[in-house]
Design a protein around this ligand. Sequence first.
Ligand SMILES: [Zn+2]
Ligand SMILES: [Zn+2]
Length: 238
Amino acid sequence: MSGQSGDLVVVACCEACGAGGHYPGDATETVCPACGGVTSYRQCGHCWDHLAFGPHLRNSRRWRHPSCGYEAASRRWRELKLSEFRALTPPSLTAFYKKAGLHPFDVFGNPGRRHCHGTIVEARGVLGRASGRCRLYFEDGFITVCIETGIPFTIPFSAVAALQVGGREAWIHTLVYLRWQTGSLLLLNENFRPPQVASFLEPVVNLLESQGDVTPINSRDDTVSAHFISPRLRALAD
Ligand SMILES: [Zn+2]
Ligand SMILES: [Zn+2]
């Protein structure tokens, strides 16, 4: 950890697909080895918060800080080196993994990890009030569920019954459905189109498929194309 910040190697996760990677500490942007998405690290000109802008904002001329409302042309945001960026990995998740005995450097540097975000449309079998934003982190053999109104919990891959991505192809309107032994979550993502989210999650689905739990199907109807649905779920629907 000594010398120039350029010598330092840090781990960071792609804002789009969640893949982990190792990057030089003096970089201000990362190019994801998995999806090619560019994540930019910047500082808010109003509240000085550190923000990571994902590939879905790449073509926006102006960037906005959702928390404080500050807005400016994207090129005017102060660049931050990865080595000085405060929350390269989500702080609450880092604490959760440390408590579970996992090393954050291993977890967040894993190129096979993925994530997806969304607003909760429906939740079943989840303790407490489940509403607002939800993030799913697909790690090595388990999923961590972070719900805005609750505490994180994990689901082993062996308990997953369905992982399905669908929505309207023409809109940026993607539904992600996760069902496990004791519950389910339906999320709405408005940052990426259904084929994009499906391709982000493809390695996870392949892994689940190899366990024999989740198999892909083509489409369900005209507006909703379900990219993945498990045989167990199909059996329930029949
Ligand atoms: Zn990516
Ligand atoms: Zn701000």
